[in-house]
Design a protein around this ligand. Structure first.
Ligand code: PEP
Length: 242
């Protein structure tokens, strides 16, 4: 059975004080939507310890935005899976296009990070997607299939979420047509060995397009950047019509 997973990716936004302010507004806006609708906030590392305490006993789960592939070691600036798991982090974003674009993330390092996350009981949210140039050249499927083939080597598909994030739709307000996102996600699913992996759509998801996106049969949730920073907007997205 596929789960609905709505995850906010805060990127490099929100100090601890701002994250607590967000929570106050967000929790009061959340409907009593069914428990099988999972809600995740992927916060900066400095917020995670505090949020873990604040979210204890709530239905909102905690996610990180990166994890290193080694368990310990001399890797200045990196974070280990055990460090995240110990403070109650459950999810981790891996292979986001911003990491691939700005921080030299490759399919090989994405694969290592996915496996490290799983070793520590974290559920990775693997991001895949094509650039505008690749889409215009008719390469969307080939690009994504290539990412999946490399990223998923040795990865346990029983503990995995995938986010289809067309890069041209991220932070641009230019949402992918929901039927097209549905089509690509259907193709991604065909490449998986576990048909129950939840596959999200990400890219300019907003309160006013979430209902249409979630009405698509292949789409199992959303990875939300900008709109997850505002408590009312993110709550409206979580509270989308079934
Ligand atoms: C993202 O950061 O993964 C994302 C989809 O951002 P936005 O919702 O702002 O497009």
């Amino acid at each position: 059975m596929r789960k609905i997973v709505i995850a906010g990716n805060w990127k490099m936004y929100k100090t601890q004080a701002e994250s607590l302010e967000f929570l106050q507004g967000f929790m009061s806006e959340l409907d009593a939507t069914p428990d099988e609708r999972e809600v995740v906030v992927c916060a900066p590392f400095t917020d995670l310890g505090l949020l873990s305490k604040s979210l204890h006993g709530s239905r909102v789960q905690l996610g990180a935005q990166n994890v290193h592939w080694e368990d310990v070691g001399a890797y200045t600036g990196e974070i280990a899976g055990a460090m995240l798991a110990e403070i109650g982090v459950r999810f981790v974003v891996v292979g986001h296009s911003e990491r691939r674009q700005y921080f030299g993330e490759t399919d090989e390092t994405v694969n290592l990070r996915l496996r490290a996350a799983q070793r520590h009981g974290l559920t990775p949210i693997l991001c895949v997607g094509e650039t505008k140039q690749q889409r215009d050249a008719g390469e969307t499927e080939a690009v994504i299939f290539n990412q999946l083939a490399k990223d998923l080597i040795g990865v346990d598909q029983q503990n995995l979420v995938i986010a289809y994030e067309p890069i041209w739709a991220i932070g641009t307000g230019d949402t992918c047509d929901s039927a097209e996102a549905n089509r690509v996600i259907g193709l991604i699913r065909q490449k998986l060995t576990n048909a129950n992996v939840s596959i999200q759509y990400g890219g300019s998801v907003k309160p006013d397009n979430i209902d249409e996106i979630m009405a698509q049969p292949e789409i199992d949730g959303a990875l939300v950047g900008g709109a997850s920073l505002d408590p009312k907007s993110f709550a409206r997205i979580v509270n989308h019509q079934a």
